[in-house]
Design a protein. Structure first.
Length: 309
């Protein structure tokens, strides 16, 4: 079965295509269960397109490490229209292919709705071992079911936890949830497998303090996977998301937290989800998503090469 199809925009992320790169980029245009605004299927194309206009040397950084290492853009996953479970299974197989067959050390996955994280972490578990999960999201996504469905963007973390796919999960920046989700969270906290750094805590403390709390909870994890829902960021910075929630976090704060998590844990993958290009005036959110990916990858490469921070 064909695993990939080249993105419609006919370009690779950052136009730094290099097959031997230790970093893979995968697009997952999944948009099956959106309950408010749709359009996430166009996320991979929008991020690639925006990336063509980004400079790799940024903010006093004179190394421009990504120019040297490159990125292996594998294209977009071929999904199964109308069959969400099959599509998630294909995402898992693609992740296994990237880690095992291509021997990639870091995989960037761009969605697509948040449900793709289920397939991605399954792939990490099958390839490397049970990951710990860092989720930066405005929402918990811990519902047992939503609108009569047990598998969708609002239940994905419940499915991830119930499957035993991950070792532990820490949420950062959550600010909106249901009563049932809060009860489920309390249950997971009592089991020692979940930890939340609420939005108010993020605003009250520096990103370095918040990152250190997350890293402490992740101590002992063999590998870490990060899932970044763009709605964790305030809509004034990231308006083009599927389920916007006011009063979010600032982009630089997010980048600073991610830098510390990459520095002090073994992060093997990152997904960017819930970007909705049809609702993104001026491509503002797509450009921001691209910049976040670039900044994370720069830190990943530096760590791979043993550079001092």
């Amino acid at each position: 079965m064909q695993l990939f199809v080249r993105s419609l925009c006919e370009t690779s992320f950052l136009e730094l295509q290099r097959r031997e790169s230790p970093i893979a980029f995968i697009g997952v245009p999944l948009d099956e269960s959106s309950s408010y605004r749709s359009g996430a299927r166009w996320g991979p194309e929008a991020v690639r397109r925006a990336s063509r206009s980004l400079e790799l040397c940024f903010d006093g950084d004179d190394e421009c490490v990504l120019e040297r290492v490159g990125i292996d853009d594998l294209g977009d996953v071929v999904l199964a229209p109308g069959d969400l479970r099959e599509s998630i299974g294909r995402i898992e197989r693609v992740m296994v292919f990237a880690y095992r067959e291509l021997r990639k050390r870091f995989v960037v996955v761009v969605g697509g709705e948040h449900t793709i994280t289920l397939g991605a972490v399954r792939g990490v578990k099958s390839s490397i071992g049970s990951p710990c999960l860092v989720v930066m999201d405005a929402h918990l996504d811990l519902r047992s079911e939503y609108l009569g469905s047990s598998l969708n963007h609002a239940t994905v973390m419940k499915r991830v936890v119930d499957e035993g796919t991950i070792d532990r999960v820490v949420w950062i920046g959550v600010r909106a949830y249901s009563r049932d989700e809060l009860e489920e969270l309390k249950r997971l906290e009592l089991q020692g497998i979940a930890y939340v750094l609420w939005r108010r805590e993020c605003l009250e403390h520096t990103p370095f303090f918040v990152a250190s709390r997350a890293v402490s909870f992740l101590k002992g994890c063999d590998c870490v996977y990060v899932s970044l829902d763009m709605d964790v960021i305030d809509p004034s910075y990231a308006p083009g998301v599927q389920t916007p929630e006011p009063l979010g976090l600032e982009p630089q704060w997010i980048i600073n937290v991610l830098r510390r998590i990459v520095e002090y844990t073994n992060v093997v993958g990152l997904d960017i989800v819930e970007l909705s290009p049809p609702n993104d005036p001026g491509e503002q959110t797509a450009f921001l998503a691209s910049r976040i990916i670039v900044e994370v990858l720069k830190n990943v490469v530096k760590k791979m090469e043993g550079a001092r921070w």
